[in-house]
Design a protein around this ligand. Structure first.
Ligand code: LTN
Length: 334
């Protein structure tokens, strides 16, 4: 995954919002990649609760959802000894950094963000926080001197803006921030809705279209067996077979086997037995994840302790650059 321009021990940062139940799509494009990235450098993964409050949300459940997501990140394989997993709002520098970077963020750029336009239309109340979401995200990334940002395709525009913000800050106030690179998932990046394989599997998909990482095994099997398929009976990865192609993508992600190999094994078995194989593979992957999740989530004191350690490490890694930013901007030191 690393390229020749990437330093030997890169700093890696990604953020995940605690709101919205996580699906197999999140696993494919997110969680499974994070586990690989923690081996490649200094990795930071933030549960970005401040980003969750940019749109309508329930304050009664935010804290619990934050713990849920942290437990899920550890359950899918993040190792607290290797990766720094923390809660964004616990490291005050993120909010402060966003405030400083707001001075070098162009109003016109924020107005052009696709996500702002789309989410803005869905909200009864469009907050300043939603408008300024990319500035906070830039602070998340830039405070750590991040080289690589593993991120979904839908976040490209935000990452580009973070790069522009870093560049503008550096040219106005002196070299302070590393200009980060996005790392976008390849195969299986787009797990599609089981009921409508032309759209992405997401938290907003209808119940039958999405596999939640915490769905019980029998529910997962039922949903996969009920997935829409295409005409014909051959298991082949083709544009005119979006349903079967999606199931092949899913099987590839969960087994780590290439799609051509899977096509070779399943071409003639028929759709029914193929679906059974996909369902079994997904359940085999998720059962141990769910067991670890429930164990971690059941010990809230331990989970909070892990997050406190993560926040300490994150603060230690980010305060230096934040202080430099204040200095370069000419503030009187306290
Ligand atoms: N906007 C991202 C979440 C996010 C993030 C970040 C990702 C917030 N801060 C920093 C990478 C780096 C999303 O919606 N997936």
């Amino acid at each position: 995954m690393t390229t020749s321009t990437t330093p030997a021990n890169p700093t890696i940062f990604s953020g995940i919002k605690p709101t919205g139940e996580k699906t197999l799509g999140n696993y494919a494009g997110g969680f499974s990649q994070y586990v690989r990235y923690q081996e490649e450098g200094q990795a930071f993964f933030a549960v970005v609760d401040l980003h969750s409050v940019t749109v309508a949300y329930d304050p009664r459940t935010l804290a619990a959802q934050t713990l849920d997501l942290a437990a899920l990140l550890f359950a899918t394989g993040l190792d607290p000894a290797r990766a720094t997993v923390f809660v964004q709002s616990h490291v005050k520098g993120h909010a402060e950094g966003a405030r400083l970077l707001a001075s070098v963020t162009a109003y016109g750029d924020l107005k052009r963000m696709h996500q702002f336009k789309e989410k803005g239309e869905e909200q009864d109340f469009v907050s300043l926080a939603l408008f300024d979401y990319p500035t906070l995200m830039a602070a998340d990334i830039l405070l750590y001197g991040t080289d690589l940002v593993p991120i979904g395709d839908d976040q490209r525009q935000h990452l580009e803006l973070a790069r522009d913000i870093a560049t503008r800050f550096n040219s106005r106030f002196g070299a302070t921030f590393t200009v980060p690179e996005g790392r976008y998932p390849e195969v299986g990046a787009r797990v599609m809705d089981l009921q409508d394989p032309t759209r992405k599997m997401g938290t907003t998909s209808a119940e039958g279209g999405t596999i939640r990482l915490l769905d019980p095994p029998d529910v997962i099997s039922k949903k996969i067996k009920a997935a829409v398929t295409d005409s014909g009976r051959e298991v082949r990865y083709a544009p005119d077979k979006p349903g079967i192609a999606n199931l092949l993508e899913i099987l590839a992600v969960v087994t780590g086997t290439s799609i051509p190999e899977l096509e070779a094994s399943y071409a003639d078995v028929g759709y029914g037995p193929f679906k059974v194989a996909v369902a079994d593979a997904v359940v085999t992957l998720l059962e141990p994840v769910q067991a670890r999740y429930h164990e971690l989530r059941g010990d809230e004191a331990e989970l909070r302790r892990l997050l406190a350690t993560g926040a300490e490490k994150a603060a230690a890694a980010s305060t230096g650059r934040l202080t430099t930013a204040y200095e370069r901007m000419g503030f009187l030191a306290p």
